[in-house]
Design a protein. Structure first.
Length: 334
């Protein structure tokens, strides 16, 4: 059962975006914001619309509806998400057109260098390339490209994002965490042999092998090990499992591994990989951001969410708690 709530300012936002009328074609998209039950499915297009479309268009429209539903849902409680999505989209478009010239030249130089190295590899997938502009413009005011930046990547696949990070940060060191055994969410079909995935990663990142450390295994096991080793990172890219429980675990431990002033990037935030809304990345990230409210600066929002850690706490056990525990122990002994 979905919880009924009174009209709020969010209702007016939905109305402006075309989600106000519950009889409207995109009424199901509005339902995506009201996650009253963990068993609710992710929003989809109404059947009436699907019947009038060809299958490919219907699939694309359904996917787009879910993406925007998740974006707006994440924006509840963090209005800057929507603002950054809109302004960022315009900014990245202008950079592609050469405006402003400084940022455009920076992106062009980074892209050219990256493409030189990537041409030496064997990449089947090019998903990452859409991140070159957002990442380059986000990193630019925060990091010097020649600084010895410590980088953690959770989920490396063929190594295209790994290669970019090693290229952008010429003296950076990258720790890559992956099983290199594929996953349930995407089928590896570059070759018939899944074992080839790791060898492709090795070959594709060969140009930065002296600055690369592989930690083979599940992030749920490897990240606590990094914490025990007291490792710390300046940039963390979270792109492993997209199941919400796994994402939340990765986010919590990664945040502890991130230096103050460091940047953490969450990928596929808007992707509806699972039919149950609560099982997707958006739910985990919204929960994480709520828990750490006031501890980060939101740098970019859209298909990826990029945060900068602004506050680091050193929490100690309250003196009163220790004294009370000692008093009770003495009483028991007496």
């Amino acid at each position: 059962m979905r919880h009924i709530r009174p009209e709020t300012s969010h209702d007016r936002v939905f109305a402006l975006l075309g989600f106000g009328d519950k009889s409207a074609p995109f009424a199901d998209a509005r339902a995506g914001f009201e996650f009253g039950s963990r068993n609710e499915a992710a929003p989809t297009l109404p059947n009436g619309i699907k019947e009038k479309m060809n299958p490919k268009l219907s699939t694309r429209m359904g996917w787009a509806t879910r993406l925007h539903a998740y974006l707006l849902w994440v924006a509840i409680g963090h209005p800057s998400v929507l603002w950054l999505y809109l302004t960022g989209s315009i900014r990245y478009l202008l950079i592609g057109l050469g405006i402003p010239s400084g940022a455009a030249r920076h992106v062009a130089a980074v892209r050219k260098e990256f493409e030189t190295y990537s041409a030496q590899g064997q990449f089947k997938e090019r998903w990452f390339d859409g991140n070159i502009v957002p990442w380059s413009t986000t990193f630019r005011p925060i990091f010097d490209r020649s600084a010895p930046v410590q980088i953690l990547e959770i989920g490396s696949w063929e190594g295209r994002s790994s290669l970019f990070l090693l290229t952008y940060f010429a003296k950076g060191r990258l720790t890559a965490v992956d099983t290199w055994s594929g996953g349930d969410e995407y089928e590896y079909n570059a070759t018939a042999d899944l074992q080839d995935l790791e060898s492709r990663f090795d070959g594709n990142t060969a140009s930065g092998i002296d600055r690369l450390t592989k930690r083979k295994g599940l992030s749920l096991q490897v990240l606590p090990q990094l914490l025990d080793e007291q490792q710390r990172f300046d940039v963390i890219y979270v792109d492993g499992s997209h199941f919400s429980d796994d994402v939340l675990m990765d986010a919590i431990v990664a945040w502890r591994l991130l230096n103050q002033g460091g940047v953490i990037i969450f990928d596929d935030v808007l992707s509806p990989f699972y039919t149950r809304a609560r099982a997707n990345t958006a739910w985990a990230l919204k929960t994480f951001m709520k828990y750490h409210t006031g501890e980060f600066k939101l740098l970019s929002a859209g298909y990826q969410i990029i945060l900068q850690k602004s506050v680091t706490f050193t929490d100690e056990v309250a003196t009163e708690v220790g004294e009370l525990a000692g008093f009770q122990y003495d009483e028991v002994r007496g």
